[in-house]
Design a protein around this ligand. Structure first.
Ligand code: IMP
Ligand code: MG
Length: 182
């Protein structure tokens, strides 16, 4: 029995993800110029795989930095209490920043990050997320680049975890009921 046997259904296949990520890369190439000195901020851990694939489609000049956030909560819902576990290595003052996220659910984590960034004097802050669950939103957060809008289901794979596992799966899937219940 492997990790894939725990998956009840595949919501977005590997090839669908790869095609959409390539399109997002083209949208970002068109939205910025080399002179913008774009800084991509990957929100760990969930966005690591998305970032790695996305940057392979960028041909504008850019840099990469990482931030790790923990949103306290139990099981499959976030509480909205957010803490910075790892901060950026560099200043974003005067910089054009593109936040790269895995999924926007309630919007609380992203709201916290963008508010925090605006206190640092960036030139601009935009958001690229692979997934969005619009029906779950509690705080309105503007999203500039969205891979897929999905229904209110707990998903994993392609960087997203359940209890820190399943991040390696190359597709977005939903777990079998009995796994959540364990
Ligand atoms: P928000 O603060 O409620 O928008 O939640 C954002 C964070 O919760 C995401 O960055 C994920 O880490 C996590 N999250 C929300 N929904 C899911 C899901 O369906 N699968 C895995 N993680 C999720
Ligand atoms: Mg996340």
């Amino acid at each position: 029995m492997g990790l894939r046997d725990d998956v009840a259904k595949v919501l977005i296949s590997e090839s669908e993800i790869q095609a959409r990520v390539a399109e997002l890369g083209r949208e970002i190439n068109a939205a910025y110029t080399d002179d913008d000195r774009l800084l991509l901020v990957c929100v760990l851990k969930g966005a690591f795989m998305f970032l790695a694939d996305l940057v392979r489609h960028l041909d504008i000049r850019h840099e990469i930095d990482f931030m790790e956030i923990s949103s306290y909560g139990s099981g499959t819902t976030s509480s909205g209490v957010v803490r910075i576990l790892l901060d950026l290595a560099q200043s974003i003052e005067g910089r054009h920043v593109l936040i790269v996220e895995d999924i926007i659910d309630s919007g609380r984590t992203l709201d916290y990050i963008t508010r925090n960034f605006y206190t640092r004097g960036p030139a601009s802050v935009r958001v690229c997320t692979l997934l969005s669950k619009p029906s779950r939103r509690e705080i309105a957060v503007p999203l500039d680049f969205v891979g897929f809008e999905i229904p209110d289901e707990f998903v994993l794979g392609y960087g997203l975890d359940f209890a820190e596992e399943y991040r390696n799966l190359p597709f977005i899937g939903v777990l079998k009921e009995e796994i959540y219940a364990e």
